[in-house]
Design a protein around this ligand. Structure first.
Ligand SMILES: [Zn+2]
Length: 321
């Protein structure tokens, strides 16, 4: 071990703690921003704006109009949405979800503030979820690992971005059953760019085919399952996420990713059952957290180690390695 290796890892770990703090914001706010946008579009589509007919006539025929009561209600809703205070990743400043107390900078130091405040809001003493410091710690550890393995290099930065995006998708899907396109596409493009730039050591062709077959594979499973049972077991976000993972790890890893994701699913399902999160609701966990978890397992173990674990998942391994 080079003496600088530990220093690199420590620096990256501190950066990861700070990024983890930001990821908590991303995980909480991205779905809310998405919902606000969807509602705005929905009511906007019911209204006639500047003489342009509403979508109603395009759907129900050219001689129809949005029923007046509905159009009035949509107008009211649009006004209410416009009147909302700005909401983005940057604004407003973080507040206690319980009493609205604005979090001061020294109450927002990753992990340390949580310990210092003993997991409670300084104003109203409502308990703060241990998930926040946990996300910070995990992100810090993942960043440290990337720097430990690749030094402070573009490759380490790229894999750290991979880790950060997967942490977000894991939690957002767990919370909301959605995998935001904005994060899926960032992951997909970064994987392809990383391969094209020679940073991920996956040949570009393998990255492209990984994305193609990742998407197509789950798409086929989805429609076969839907035809056979009439139910929808996955969503399009899952196809995109597996496509992104295929771009990062290469087409030959797709079977391994799916196998590891079912293992992650079994473990996660057990954990959530024990914690009691699944006990009351009949909401199934979606596939996204398992896929994101599998991506993180491949990062932590290292793609080569995964190949050694489950060599049978690489039937064409001899062709590509
Ligand atoms: Zn409070």
């Amino acid at each position: 071990m080079l003496p600088s290796q530990g220093v690199d890892a420590a620096l990256a770990g501190v950066l990861g703690l700070l990024v983890g703090s930001f990821l908590n914001v991303v995980v909480y706010r991205t779905p809310v921003m998405m919902y606000r946008q969807w509602l705005g579009e929905a009511v906007g589509n019911l209204m006639k704006v500047d003489g342009v007919p509403s979508l109603w006539s395009l759907v129900f025929g050219p001689k129809t109009n949005t029923p007046p009561a509905l159009e009035t209600a949509a107008g009211e809703a649009a006004k209410s949405i416009d009147a909302l205070p700005p909401f983005s990743l940057a604004r407003p400043a973080s507040r206690c979800g319980h009493c609205g107390h604005q979090i001061r900078w020294y109450e927002n130091v990753p992990v340390l503030s949580y310990l210092f405040l003993r997991g409670r809001c300084s104003a109203c003493k409502a308990s703060i979820s241990p998930r926040y410091p946990l996300v910070e710690l995990v992100t810090g550890a993942l960043f440290a690992l990337c720097a430990w393995r690749y030094g402070l290099s573009p490759t380490a930065a790229l894999w750290a971005a991979f880790a950060a995006l997967l942490v977000c998708q894991f939690l957002i899907d767990l919370d909301t059953q959605y995998l935001p396109d904005s994060l899926n596409y960032a992951l997909l493009w970064l994987g392809l760019i990383g391969a094209a730039a020679g940073l991920t050591r996956v040949p570009l062709a393998s990255a492209v085919w990984g994305a193609v077959f990742g998407y197509l594979g789950l798409w086929l499973v989805f429609h076969a399952y839907r035809l056979a049972t009439g139910k929808e077991g996955m969503g399009y976000g899952d196809f995109k996420l597996l496509a992104a993972l295929g771009a990062w790890l290469g087409a030959d890893y797709l079977i391994a990713i799916v196998l590891v994701s079912s293992l992650v699913g079994a473990i996660l399902g057990t954990v959530l059952l024990v914690v009691g999160k699944l006990a009351h609701k009949d909401v199934p966990i979606s596939f996204g957290p398992f896929l994101a978890g599998a991506g993180l397992v491949c990062l932590v173990a290292g793609p080569d180690t995964v190949r050694q674990w489950i060599p049978f998942a690489f039937p064409l391994g001899a062709l590509t390695s």
